[in-house]
Design a protein around this ligand. Structure first.
Ligand code: HEC
Ligand code: HEC
Ligand code: HEC
Ligand code: HEC
Ligand code: HEC
Ligand code: HEC
Ligand code: HEC
Length: 366
């Protein structure tokens, strides 16, 4: 048994040591924080589509990140445009002068909209979907009787490959004989909202009505990286480690939110040789041996989402050599003995039923 005074003295010494340890810990933490080697991680709130709060000015990113330098030229940045912007007005005026317009009895005024020659109906075109890499499709937003926003998808799409207008993908060759049929297909507000959701970065919705004036067009930094006001205010100390820690399938699914999730295609519809499957890159990719066997492939193995596609030498073979390297004895090499042009045989561009071509991401021996 220790005497009472001895016990008290030991207690005091312990408390003193704990207190000292605590002080040291605080000092170390504060010092590291000042040096920037300790950062506070927020949970991965990556999807910011409908969130108004916590957003930073998109223009601020360029102050600290090279990733912003070429971004404005990407398909993502230009996935949606207001129909009044000069480059899409110019395209639409070409439709006005075309044979199609004549054949369909359409009068196209890029500023005012489209009307039928007989004067029976007209629409305005307010938004243009697609960056023009493959195609551009105009739409008209129309309020329904409940005040929700419906969407009329224009019947005529401009295709870059032919540099001409043709019927919009998914629409019938012969137009419907409804009131708006000659102009295209009318979608209800839930479908309207889905179109905008994949082509924009902030979407405010009040009871089904899209607040069109507030839409942030295109897929921008914060659409993929979450709201960043706190990040900017803390000089980059408050971070989000989603992309650094995501498993390959979680990372692919994040891109697949818009490029289509693998489970959106029924198993019995899955045929490697279906040309229409190629536009849904994640669906094929995750079935290729490259993905399943390597267990480390993601979309960013081959794509830098911060730079335009054509700036990435994507027609070269570096993508494949990362894992099929003749200098690495453990890598599987081409059985046909081919040293280059891998894409041509294993990942070709295929023609879909629409006048569009996509790269078949189901990498395989054909
Ligand atoms: C005042 C400077 C500053 C600004 C402005 C800034 N960042 Fe950062 N950011 C940093 C620093 C510092 C890091 C950590 C070091 C690094 O990875 O470069 C970082 C890291 C990141 C990362 C990787 C880690 C993570 O949290 O995901 C992303 C993504 C990022 N920033 C996105 C953005 C976006 C988007 C914007 C614009 C809305 C932005 N940053 C604005 C300083 C800044
Ligand atoms: C919010 C929806 C959305 C997300 C998330 C998204 N994309 Fe996209 N992506 C699009 C749209 C829309 C286009 C078409 C742009 C156009 O009209 O050309 C596109 C185009 C592309 C292109 C074509 C390149 C270009 O510059 O035109 C590549 C490559 C691509 N995405 C890769 C990715 C990768 C990799 C990810 C994940 C890191 C991703 N995308 C996430 C919507 C998205
Ligand atoms: C699930 C997300 C999603 C929805 C919903 C969606 N898109 Fe897209 N859209 C994409 C992606 C991803 C691309 C890029 C395709 C590619 O290049 O592989 C794209 C591309 C396009 C293009 C460029 C042509 C092309 O095929 O590359 C147009 C035009 C377009 N979309 C219009 C629309 C319209 C109009 C709607 C609504 C009727 C719509 N989209 C709904 C994700 C979506
Ligand atoms: C289509 C989605 C997408 C968009 C849009 C996007 N990023 Fe990223 N970003 C990613 C992904 C995915 C990664 C992880 C890269 C990897 O896996 O190599 C990343 C990584 C980063 C990093 C960390 C780089 C590193 O070396 O760790 C920074 C910083 C960054 N992005 C900033 C930005 C900025 C600034 C913008 C807008 C100009 C932007 N991103 C737009 C998907 C995106
Ligand atoms: C093994 C490399 C590789 C991986 C992994 C990869 N891609 Fe691609 N991707 C390519 C190549 C090569 C092209 C054609 C580039 C060109 O035409 O310049 C391409 C083109 C594209 C395009 C442009 C439209 C098209 O089909 O031609 C989109 C969109 C795209 N990829 C999205 C994705 C998404 C989303 C993922 C992840 C699910 C992904 N890619 C993973 C190599 C890859
Ligand atoms: C992240 C690593 C990685 C990348 C990048 C990659 N592959 Fe693979 N690939 C693999 C692995 C691992 C296998 C399985 C090899 C085995 O079974 O021995 C494979 C298998 C294949 C096969 C055989 C498929 C089958 O069904 O038998 C082909 C063909 C192939 N890759 C071509 C390519 C081409 C072309 C590219 C570039 C566009 C590429 N790979 C990029 C890792 C990769
Ligand atoms: C001219 C067409 C052609 C080109 C170009 C080509 N391949 Fe192949 N590749 C084939 C064929 C055909 C086979 C199947 C051969 C067999 O099974 O006998 C094959 C098989 C493969 C396999 C499977 C090997 C195995 O053991 O199962 C891989 C991996 C592969 N190729 C990778 C590549 C890469 C990487 C490139 C570019 C450096 C490339 N190929 C270029 C036609 C080609």
């Amino acid at each position: 048994m220790l005497g009472l005074t001895q016990q008290v003295r030991q207690q005091t010494a312990k408390t003193g040591r704990s207190f000292l340890a605590l002080c040291i810990a605080i000092v170390i933490t504060l010092t590291l924080f000042r040096w920037g080697s300790v950062s506070f991680y927020v949970s991965p709130v990556v999807d910011s589509l409908n969130v108004a709060t916590g957003r930073a000015d998109e223009q601020s990113c360029i102050n600290c990140h090279v990733q912003a330098e070429e971004f404005s030229a990407t398909g993502h940045a230009n996935a949606l445009t207001r129909a009044g912007s000069p480059e899409v007005l110019e395209l639409l005026s070409r439709l006005g002068d075309s044979q199609q317009a004549l054949d369909e009895g359409m009068l196209v005024d890029p500023q005012a909209g489209v009307s039928l020659v007989d004067g029976s109906s007209s629409i305005s075109l307010d938004w243009c979907f697609g960056s023009g890499r493959h195609a551009r499709t105009w739409v008209s937003t129309i309020g329904d009787s409940q005040g929700a926003t419906d969407l009329l998808e224009f019947r005529w799409t401009w295709y870059s490959e032919s540099d001409a207008f043709d019927v919009t993908p998914g629409q019938p060759e012969e137009h419907f004989s409804t009131h708006l049929g000659p102009f295209g297909v009318l979608y209800d507000h839930s479908k309207a909202r889905r179109c905008f959701a994949c082509h924009s970065s902030y979407l405010a919705i009040d009871d089904g009505r899209l607040r069109l004036e507030d839409i942030e067009t295109g897929v921008n930094c914060q659409r993929c990286h979450g709201q960043r006001a706190a990040h900017v205010a803390s000089d980059g100390k408050i971070r989000d480690n989603f992309w650094q820690t995501a498993s390959p399938i979680d990372a692919v699914n994040r891109c697949a939110q818009c490029h289509r999730r693998p489970e959106e295609v029924d198993a019995d519809e899955l045929r490697a040789d279906d040309p229409d499957l190629a536009r849904f890159q994640p669906v094929g990719l995750i079935r290729s041996k490259c993905f399943t066997v390597s267990q480390k492939m993601t979309c960013t193995t081959c794509h830098d989402p911060h730079r335009p596609l054509e700036a990435q030498d994507s027609l070269g073979d570096w993508q494949c050599i990362q894992c099929h390297d003749p200098a690495e004895s453990s890598d599987t090499l081409c059985k046909a003995g081919q040293p280059e042009n891998c894409l041509q045989c294993h990942m070709p561009k295929v023609q879909s039923t629409d006048p569009l071509r996509f790269t078949d991401h189901w990498i395989r021996v054909r």
